[in-house]
Design a protein around this ligand. Sequence first.
Ligand SMILES: O=P(O)(O)OC[C@H]1O[C@H](O[C@H]2O[C@H](CO)[C@@H](O)[C@H](O)[C@H]2O)[C@H](O)[C@@H](O)[C@@H]1O
Length: 386
Amino acid sequence: MDSKSNHSSPVLTDPIPINKSRLGIHSNLLSYPQSGGSLSPGKHKMTPRKKPAKLDDVRSNGWLDAMKSSSPPRKKLIKGFNIEVPADDIDIAYHSWMIKYPSALKSFEQISKHAKNKKIAVFLDYDGTLSPIVDDPDRAFMSDAMRSAVRNVAKYFPTAIISGRSRDKVYELVGLTELFYAGSHGMDIMGPVKHTGSDDGHPNCVRSIDQEGKEVNLFQPAREFIPMIDEVFRTLVENTKDIKGAKVENHKFCTSVHYRNVEEKNWPIIAQCVHDILKDYPRLRLTHGRKVLEVRPVIDWNKGKAVEFLLESLGLSDRDDVLPIYIGDDKTDEDAFKVLKEGNMGYGILVSSVPKESNAIFSVRDPSEVKKFLKALVRWKRLEEA
Ligand SMILES: O=P(O)(O)OC[C@H]1O[C@H](O[C@H]2O[C@H](CO)[C@@H](O)[C@H](O)[C@H]2O)[C@H](O)[C@@H](O)[C@@H]1O
């Protein structure tokens, strides 16, 4: 999958052509100070702090609270509702919550009515959406039935996976060549080549070849950060090696520190460890996922921007006859829900079995309901075409 073009990343240096400003791919993609030049390993690191780790930082900055509320199990505190309730009461709370976020399955007629004569584009998160959440990230497999549902969807609608994982990893897990893939929370997009010529020569986009030898566009707005992320990944591995259950993943443009299998009493230690490393890297920031701390570049790019980028690449942006549908379960998916909601275009569908505030319009409980929804879309389209 070698790049044919030899552009260096524009993120740090180049002005952005006017035709891309709609996509938000501006020079202000960077929201960190641009002094410092090269991002090669070691050069971007601030003077290492010698002081021993204190746990006060992560207690006071809200990290620990966020960690505790991420991926809440049933019978625990429900985020945003501030009550601890048993499972039966959770069911009641869930049903009242569904008034605000109705089931996408039960609302299918409404959705399909709105979709009539429109071109649907489908965007899917991976973990917790296509595959159930499991303890070992390396074993988060999607079922064959889900794969077949996604394959069928892609026969009728342009379909993309937008994941926090590296693009290669999520492709390996999904294994369908007929989709577009965006890894590292949208910072690594392999999308279609536009034949309008406007992508050509754009510094953020390089021509590449996909798994099937087809020409594609590779969009990597954080390319300059690869050495920095790699350096931080290695430091995180080293510094967390004595924390039982901790696992660090390198997603090329971001890195994840999992604490799902770490005893809760050690969460402050793992949080402080990440916090201390980040102090040396002002160009990186932390976001929270489901029992995972995610370290990523401070650039103005996220899953929402990735949706806009893909719609533009597919020739589907700024059109009244397009209906994007985004399905996801995590905080990082909220950026995509927000883009759809604020643009009044299409539907965000949150995958959640517990009540939580969201920018999504509809909800489904779990990946099995995602599968049902995808199948319903295909059934509806087939009937439409019959
Ligand atoms: O954007 P996504 O495709 O949802 O990826 C987000 C993170 O997903 C993975 O972690 C999550 O799923 C694991 C497997 O079920 C689970 O063990 C973990 O606790 C979850 O956070 C992936 O491993 C992360 O690197 C992604 O950032």
